[in-house]
Design a protein around this ligand. Structure first.
Ligand code: PEP
Ligand code: MG
Length: 558
């Protein structure tokens, strides 16, 4: 490798791309405008504001109808928010009281941002959309170009401090060959959409501002690096080799199997019937995580057992006779469910959430398990292969109590490994249940004491962190010893290099967004079990996350 300037961030979508850098346009500075608009000019000022807000909402709506899938949903949601009467009324009232349109826009949005932040969870995440709407409306009022992603004639590597969901949703993969952000984490919108579009992507890259517009850059989403000053011939060779890998990913149809022949179950993470039907068209061999709480984010009252059964049945019907792992409600913290709300907690991520809430509310767990059991019996009276697991288990007593309720209904019982206490006592837990599933998103959050939603802590919320690898190791070892299944269903399973390490540690199934399955399938198909084990051993010797990944890659590349 030739020496060149190098920055390292967190690689979230594998792949190599080479093109000139293009920076996302920065939002306009909100002019400090303390004027009081004269009474007779206020109707015109209101009109200026309304026209700008309408234009911005209409642009989002047009992009939503031109896009498909998750991108279209994200854009449609932002269009609705842009046209929301609440903030528009607040802004027009301010203009009627004499404020300039730009100031009124900034103040009205700030008020709603504060309210959304107070609500927390998914609502707080929508503040990025609100701020994006503010920037676009202000640019429109001032007659400036629209902030956000450039629309280049030639392909570029898009660089940004961070991208709003609406920016990422409109990306054209034929023009944006790679994506690098200074902020944002592996679970940010940027990462999710880049994964869906298959655009190599690196997030959380410090000092990205060193790279100037137009500089030819080489992005590697596997190693999480961005380099410039690389000789063009070398860069083109790396891109060509990567193109071959991507062609193999497109051609891969499953099932999951190592080069040495051992099967590895590759499963999908879903949140509803529609997601399950999409997954059924991918090489997914079943469902490894059905996040039931996401079906109820707007439910004010607890759905009846038969209403719940109808929802769960839709997911089971997409995979008849296949393995489907249903997770009971993981309500609370970042996923607030109105009918199972436990508000006024100082620290909701450490509060009454997940199975703690299901136990605390009389009947909540029992009703849900009854609904799952009802859904598990198909029209012929036969049971699908339904496994049920609890989120946020911390003690053996909780696992025992949960397993007893599940088994009473003739279903297989498991627990998620998200709290380090379970990983540390994995064997004792596995004596109580039929299987374990490692939720690396929360396991990493709790092991590293780092909020998984905090973009500036992405270097800590990285499952390659040596301490997290240790917790996974002890959990997988318990499965091997007791001959019981241990899966991984957090984002770590979607990292093709880490997937090989997980299998080397003894993990028996990997569950991820269905779009991520082929890349993992190809990585496993290129590695023998012996290589996976050596990659795991090499990673465990490392003392930093970056070294762990580099050590594993070295073994797997040879
Ligand atoms: C996890 O924590 O890794 C997990 C899979 O659960 P969720 O992301 O839904 O919290
Ligand atoms: Mg979790």
């Amino acid at each position: 490798m030739t020496s060149a300037d190098l920055l390292t961030g967190t690689g979230v979508v594998p792949g190599i791309a080479y093109a000139p850098a293009g920076w996302a346009r920065k939002p306009p500075q909100v002019p400090v405008d303390t004027r009081i608009i004269r009474e007779e000019d206020r109707p015109a000022e209101t009109e200026r504001f309304r026209a700008a807000a309408d234009t911005v909402a209409a642009r989002f709506a047009a992009r939503a109808s031109a896009a498909t899938g998750a991108a279209s949903e994200v854009l449609a949601a932002t269009a609705t928010l842009a046209a929301d009467r609440g903030w528009i009324r607040t802004a027009t009232r301010q203009i009627a009281a004499g404020k300039p349109a730009t100031t009124a826009t900034a103040e009205a949005i700030a008020k709603f941002v504060a309210q959304f932040e107070k609500l927390g969870g998914l609502m707080a995440e929508r503040t990025t959309d609100l701020n994006d709407i503010r920037d676009r409306v202000i640019a429109e009022i001032l007659g400036l170009p629209e902030p956000g992603v450039p629309q280049p004639d030639q392909p570029i590597i898009l660089l940004a401090l961070d991208l709003a969901p609406s920016d990422t949703a409109g990306l054209d993969p034929s023009k944006i060959l790679g994506l690098v952000t200074q902020f944002g984490g592996p679970t940010s919108h940027t990462a999710i959409i880049a994964r869906q579009l298959g655009i190599p992507c690196v997030v959380a890259t410090p000092d990205l501002g060193l790279v100037e517009d137009g500089t030819a850059v080489l992005v590697d989403g596997t190693t999480g690096t961005i380099r410039w000053g690389v000789p063009e011939a070398e860069a083109r060779e790396l891109v060509a080799a990567d193109a071959n890998r991507r062609a193999a990913v497109r051609a891969w149809t499953g099932p999951g199997r190592l080069a040495s022949g051992e099967p590895v179950q590759l499963l999908a993470n879903v949140q509803d019937g529609a997601g399950a039907r999409t997954a059924a068209e991918s090489p997914a061999e079943g469902i490894g995580l059905f996040r039931t709480e996401l079906c109820f984010l707007t439910a004010q009252t607890e759905p009846s057992v038969s209403e719940q059964a109808a929802i769960y049945r839709e997911v089971l019907d997409a995979f008849p006779g296949k393995k489907v792992v249903v997770r009971t409600l993981d309500a609370g913290s970042d996923k607030p469910v109105p009918f199972a709300d436990h508000s006024h907690e100082e620290n909701p991520a450490l509060g009454v959430r997940g199975v703690r809430l299901s136990f605390a509310r009389e009947g909540l767990l029992e009703h849900q398990l009854d609904g799952i059991a009802e859904a598990a019996v198909d029209q012929q009276g036969e049971k699908s292969s339904v496994w049920v697991m609890a989120p946020m288990i911390s003690t053996i007593d909780e696992a025992r109590r949960f397993a007893a309720e599940v088994r009473k209904r003739g279903l297989l019982a498991g627990v998620m490994v998200e709290v380090p206490s379970v990983a540390l006592l994995a064997e004792a837990f596995l004596n109580e249940v039929d299987f374990l599933s490692i939720g690396t998103n929360d396991l990493t959050q709790y092991a590293m004491a780092a909020d998984r939603m905090a973009p500036d802590l992405a270097y800590l919320t990285d499952p390659w962190q040596p301490a997290v690898l240790r917790l996974i190791t002890s959990t997988a070892a318990a499965g091997v010893k007791l001959s019981k299944p241990v899966g991984v269903c957090g984002e770590a399973a979607a990292d093709p290099v880490l997937a090989c390490v997980l299998v080397g540690l003894g993990v028996t199934s990997l569950s991820m967004a269905s779009a991520a399955i082929p890349a993992v399938g190809v990585a496993l198909a290129n590695a023998t079990l012996e290589q996976c084990r050596r990659a795991a051993e090499a990673a465990l010797q490392a003392t930093t996350a970056a070294d762990a990944k580099a050590a594993a890659l070295e073994v797997l590349d040879n």
